[in-house]
Design a protein. Sequence first.
Length: 192
Amino acid sequence: MVASARTYQKWSAALIRRMTRLADRAISAAQIAKALGLTRGQVLGKMHHLGFKTKNLPRRWLNTALVEKMAELAGQRLSLNQIGKALGLTRDQTRYRMVQLGLKTNPNIEWSAETTEKMTKLISQGLSSSGIAKALGLTRGQVLGKMHRLGLKTKNAGDSKKGQSRKVARFESPPRASLSQRRRSERRFRNF
């Protein structure tokens, strides 16, 4: 909350007139709040109560140069961090803009016959799925998905514990005392 914000203020007619004049000039609610010394929530609440609509300013970041550059980088299957670094944005800013534009970072790739052949050669050489992904310039998930669809497994996939019976630790309780021993211990406790 802004330190100078008047949180519990009565709305005077003069204040409402100032707010409506600012709203008519297509100023955002945050800018109106700053000009009036109020919070954005107070301004939005009063505008809603009075039936005003807030003006949504056009997105400044939505220019053709940025959109083209972002689409080009997304087409190269770069990560959000890499795209953000290239554009001078944070990862979250990049994600938000890409969602707004309908772009994806790792779109579905077309598996050519030669890429599939390279993948099978790398599997036969004993590389892991991560190593194959690096060699082909793909993600590990894309490689694993294609391997699954083709019914292929890496060399070290046979070491998996899947299908083996699990050893379960068994805790044995101590042997139970005989009936005569239990009666003797009960008599001892009664005498106390």
